[in-house]
Design a protein around this ligand. Structure first.
Ligand code: GDP
Length: 365
């Protein structure tokens, strides 16, 4: 499964946020094959469409899509020098698909800041620099190799060398490679380099409880946003401490707590959805009387591959899919009525499944 890794300097609120994630955790009963790793927290992806489908179909059971967060351990400073725990930090980041970078944006004299003052930009820089240095080492090594081959006019090597030459000065200037615009031709080459600073990143601004309703006005958050723009990254403001409490509440109490905080949606829910879309994930639904369920696929996947998310047999024996968009199903109220209105389509192997499609797969076994 795809996973987003939580990173950040000490004392910024990582553990607090990760606790909120595990407390809010998906009910294991629905996911018997889920990994049992204390560093992995599985959450349900909040989706109003699933709730509406449930009231429409009244199934015996509703199963949301899930998403995984990984708590990344290890020491940050000096990590790129490859010392002990620092090394582990980098190799853990290497394994995640996206990065949730938690940044301290709350003042609290009782909680020591490792650098002695709250300064989100310098915090971001500290971590990013380690990643940049690690990438620079990879790029330098690769450069020496590829430059030799490129002398023979080998086409692939020449193309890769050009990409390396584009990335190198940016890293040398201490900036992440994600700030570079790559062409469609360059993208596969960039992917093949497996750099840390090209992974999609979401900055999580951890703000004080009384700031969360108006986080956009918070000066720390403003700084983080301005920085994130320079590297095409996104920012989400949460109050980790409040999220930890919210995660333990029942729905009704949760709504009350959110109202008291002056926000409509919990920060954790916002974070889950943002991380989900950051990874290019999308959702389709199956809606039967036994079970209404949300399934995760990668945006761009075709119908057979999406069927394979449910079971490999579905992909192998795929014939076609009866498809209706969530919006249409909602408008007409039932599959039958949507069919009569001509809103249910028969789609074949080449159909690119859309976020929000309700699917019924036909297949040979
Ligand atoms: P970590 O080292 O990044 O994992 O940080 P922790 O999650 O252990 O948090 C460090 C300290 O900051 C703990 O005492 C938390 O209770 C506190 N903390 C975390 N989030 C918030 C917050 O939103 N507001 C305030 N005031 N304190 C927080």
């Amino acid at each position: 499964a795809l996973t987003a890794g939580i990173v950040g300097l000490p004392n910024v609120g990582k553990s607090t946020l990760f606790n909120a994630i595990t407390k809010a955790g998906a009910e294991a009963a629905n996911y018997p094959f889920a990994t049992i790793d204390p560093n992995v927290g599985m959450v349900e992806v909040p989706d109003y469409r699933l709730d509406e489908l449930t009231s429409l179909v009244q199934p015996k059971k509703t199963v949301p899509a899930t998403f995984e967060f990984t708590d990344i351990a290890g020491i940050v400073k000096g990590a790129s020098k490859g010392e002990g725990l620092g090394n582990k930090f980098l190799s853990n980041i290497r394994q995640v698909d996206a990065i949730c970078h938690v940044v301290r944006c709350f003042d609290d004299d009782n909680i020591t800041h490792v650098e002695g003052r709250v300064d989100p930009l310098s915090d971001i820089e500290t971590i990013n620099l380690e990643l940049v240095l690690a990438d620079l080492e990879s790029v330098d090594k690769r450069y020496t190799r590829v430059a030799k081959i490129a002398k023979t006019k080998d086409k692939e090597a020449v193309a890769e060398l050009a990409v390396l030459e584009k990335i190198k000065p940016v890293l040398e200037a201490g900036q992440s490679a994600r700030s570079i615009e790559f062409t469609a031709e360059e993208m596969p080459i960039v992917k093949g380099l497996f750099l840390l600073t090209t992974k999609p990143v979401l900055y999580v601004a951890n703000v004080a409880e009384d700031e969360v309703s108006n986080a956009d006005e918070n000066d720390y958050v403003k700084q983080v946003k301005a920085f994130a723009e320079t590297e095409n990254a996104e920012v989400i403001a949460v109050c980790a401490r409040a999220e930890e409490e919210i995660a333990e509440l029942e729905d009704e109490d949760k709504a009350e707590f959110l109202e008291a905080l002056g926000i409509e949606e919990s920060g954790l829910d916002k974070l889950i959805r943002a991380a989900y879309y950051l990874l290019g994930l999308a959702t389709y639904f199956t809606a039967g009387v036994q079970e209404v369920r949300a399934w995760t696929f990668k945006a761009g996947m075709k119908a057979p591959e999406c069927a394979g998310v449910i079971h490999t047999d579905f992909e192998r024996g795929f014939i076609r899919a009866e498809t209706v968009s969530f919006e249409d199903l909602k408008e007409y109220g039932s599959m039958g009525a949507a069919k009569e209105a001509g809103r249910v389509r028969l789609e074949g192997k080449e159909y690119v499944v859309q976020d929000g499609d309700v699917m019924l797969f036909r297949f040979n076994v």
